[in-house]
Design a binder for this molecule. Structure first.
Ligand SMILES: O=C(O)C1=C[C@@H](OP(=O)(O)O)[C@@H](O)[C@H](O)C1
Ligand SMILES: C=C(OP(=O)(O)O)C(=O)O
Length: 430
């Protein structure tokens, strides 16, 4: 489907939805299951296109992976038993697959070539290939391995002591995967703490990894023991309906199974600062990934300031937060978010231009944007630009526009949230 008309008469959102599996954790469940020798099982897996790409990569490496909806069974010969892939490892639109696989492949025993779609071909890879080369990985690629396609000849690695120049869980995780195979102890230092799903899952698979005040220490050569992984729902997907319910008058929505890992809950902090009316009910704390239900009602909202160490805790939620800010009283300033410029699209430009077409008052800056609200939004033709988060932002915007939104390329939403429009319709009572 290359175009969709979103014509939503003003009506409250009501009901309960169970949020689909977390994308970051789903990728990692397949990766750890593919590296560990034996049988790993996964429930709550996200069958989004990006995570399905990760499955395909591991099938090419020799893991036997069967999927029944959101359940996976992974039987792997283990990283030392992998076969050399007979084709390129194609990562589609997924930055997480591309960058984490580079770290994993660097310490394997196989030669492989990794490439994705035209968006991936533009995204910076040197942030990963640079430190991996410091670990003596044999990596070559376009423009000095700055861009895909990239070829990796797996082999022995040296440990690293690395200070992260950007707040990025993808970079951290790629180095951690390589460090698992290095001959010695590696240290990674983060100025701002990024999502820590890799560290948590390493512990679940029986590894000893220390993490304190942004310093992560890992000894190479540890064995992995396959386990069952139950993936919580994705707060980055929940964010669209949190924003929708907060801003559509008379709404009340319950979002069940929301992952509440503290490195991911920046959106909750922003909702609080904006004066949203919500409660968080933590249902599960003894699991390594906290989860719970969020009930949220519409309320009057005020602008806020977002920057510093909050940014990595809500990086993927910024498009929908910007939309929410257009409906809030006062000014919202987002800064320190220059990483948005190197996502699937330049999300600073995409958000400002697409919401601008609806009449929003958004000024892009080098590292964020300034949004004045509240503004009345009118329907217009919007383009997802092939970016799932921009597509979903447009879908939620249509709930508050006068007149329909014509959305170009809504199909990309299946990258992270295949049930998005089904959930939206159910909350609209359709
Ligand atoms: O590690 C992960 O699973 C992710 C990390 C973030 O990217 P960066 O590490 O590039 O900030 C995020 O934007 C992406 O959606 C998923
Ligand atoms: C940036 C994202 O993902 P990735 O980097 O894996 O493409 C995202 O899901 O918003």
């Amino acid at each position: 489907m290359d175009k969709m008309t979103l014509n939503y008469p003003r009506a409250p959102l009501r009901g309960t939805i169970s949020v689909p599996g977390d994308k970051s954790i789903s990728h990692r469940a397949v990766m750890f299951g593919g590296i560990a020798k034996g049988r790993t099982t996964v429930s709550g897996f996200l069958p989004g296109e990006d995570c399905l790409r990760t499955i395909e990569c591991f099938r090419l490496l020799g893991a036997d992976i069967s999927r029944n909806g959101t359940e996976l069974v992974i039987e792997s010969p283990g990283i030392d038993g992998w076969q050399e892939p007979a084709d390129i490892l194609y990562t589609g639109n997924s930055g997480t697959t591309t960058r984490l696989m580079l770290g994993i492949l660097a310490g394997s025993r196989v030669h492989s070539v990794i490439a994705g779609d035209e968006s991936i071909a533009k995204r910076p890879m040197k942030r990963v290939t640079g430190p991996l080369k410091q670990m003596e990985a044999d990596i070559r690629g376009r423009e000095g391995a700055q861009y895909t396609p990239i070829s990796v000849l797996g082999g022995p690695l040296s440990p690293i002591d690395y200070e992260m120049p950007v707040a990025s869980a993808q970079v951290k995780s790629a180095i951690l995967f390589a460090a698992m195979r290095a001959g010695g102890t590696s240290v990674i230092r983060e100025k701002e703490v990024s999502r820590d799903h890799t560290e948590r899952m390493m512990r679940n698979f029986g590894m000893d990894v220390q993490s304190e005040d942004g310093v992560i220490t890992l000894r190479g050569g540890q064995e992995l023991t396959p386990v069952h992984v139950d993936v919580p729902g994705d707060i980055s997907s929940a964010a669209f309906f949190l924003a929708a319910s907060a801003m559509v008058p008379d709404s009340e929505v319950v979002l069940k199974n929301v992952g509440l890992n503290p490195t991911r809950t920046g959106m909750i902090d922003v909702l609080k600062a904006m004066g949203a009316d919500f409660e968080v009910d933590v249902t599960d704390t003894d699991d390594s990934e906290r989860r719970g239900a969020v009930t949220i009602r519409s309320s009057s909202l005020k602008g806020t300031e977002i920057g510093g160490d909050l940014i990595p805790r809500l990086i993927d939620e910024i498009p929908v937060i910007a939309l929410l800010a257009t409906q809030a009283e006062g000014t919202t300033v987002i800064r320190d978010a220059e990483e948005l410029r190197v996502k699937e699209t330049d999300r600073i430009a995409a958000v400002a231009e697409e919401l601008g077409k609806l009449g929003a008052d958004i000024s892009p800056t080098a590292d964020g944007m300034v949004i004045h609200g509240p503004t009345k939004l009118s329907g217009a033709a919007l383009d997802s630009r092939g970016d799932h988060r921009i597509g979903m932002m447009a879908g939620i915007a249509a709930l508050v526009t006068d007149g329909p939104v014509e959305l170009q390329d809504p199909g990309c939403i299946a990258i992270s949230y295949p049930e998005f429009f089904g959930h939206l319709d159910s909350l609209r009572g359709e």
